[in-house]
Design a protein around this ligand. Structure first.
Ligand code: SF4
Length: 179
């Protein structure tokens, strides 16, 4: 059975994404690397939510050893598109982990979110896969976004109110910020 590393951005996007790739015949492993989530307490709340969810599914979790917030700020500083740099940083980490540990490929739960920049994500996924000599598995799951939410609805899992970074939090609170 081919093995697939699924970068998970949050439990609510990951629930259906993991199910989908399992249904496609992959042995899936969840991968957590999201230093874009601020502050650290928020990062921990989202991490605990996915850990709780995964405990009930039998899907293993691979985690980056550190929070790596410096890398987020270095990656996005001066960038023309903060979100693009943020995607690049996270997909690069997933591709590196897949390559180093012999997975057949990687993907990301970000592909299910209508709130993310799908075309940019796809382009970056293909680019980093090429560089790391692993395959990027693509599926446009945006029409299943509500199905994913439905899968976690009955569970008392933490639900975030903003994308992740302080900029997105500020925007959610009514401030103006460009991505
Ligand atoms: S809004 Fe912030 S956390 Fe979300 S993708 Fe863009 S840079 Fe990353």
């Amino acid at each position: 059975m081919p093995s697939l590393l699924v970068h998970c951005c949050c439990v609510h996007c990951s629930a259906y994404s993991l199910k989908y790739w399992r249904q496609q015949g992959f042995q899936v492993t969840a991968f957590w690397y999201n230093p874009n989530i601020h502050p650290f307490a928020e990062h921990q709340l989202r991490l605990e939510a996915i850990k709780t969810f995964l405990n009930n599914t039998g899907i293993p979790l691979v985690m980056s050893p550190c929070y790596d917030i410096d890398r987020y700020f270095k990656s996005t500083r001066g960038s023309e598109s903060r979100c693009e740099s943020c995607y690049q940083m996270r997909l690069e980490a997933a591709a590196t982990c897949a390559q180093d540990n012999g997975y057949d490929g990687f993907t990301s739960s970000l592909l299910i979110s209508p709130q993310q920049q799908h075309d940019r994500l796809t382009r970056i996924g293909i680019e980093v896969a090429d560089r790391h000599k692993v395959r990027f598995y693509y599926a446009d799951l945006r029409k299943r976004y509500s199905d994913s939410r439905a899968l976690t609805k009955s569970q008392t899992l933490y639900r975030q109110e903003y994308c992740g970074c302080l900029h997105s939090r500020h925007q959610q609170d009514g401030g103006q910020t460009a991505n």
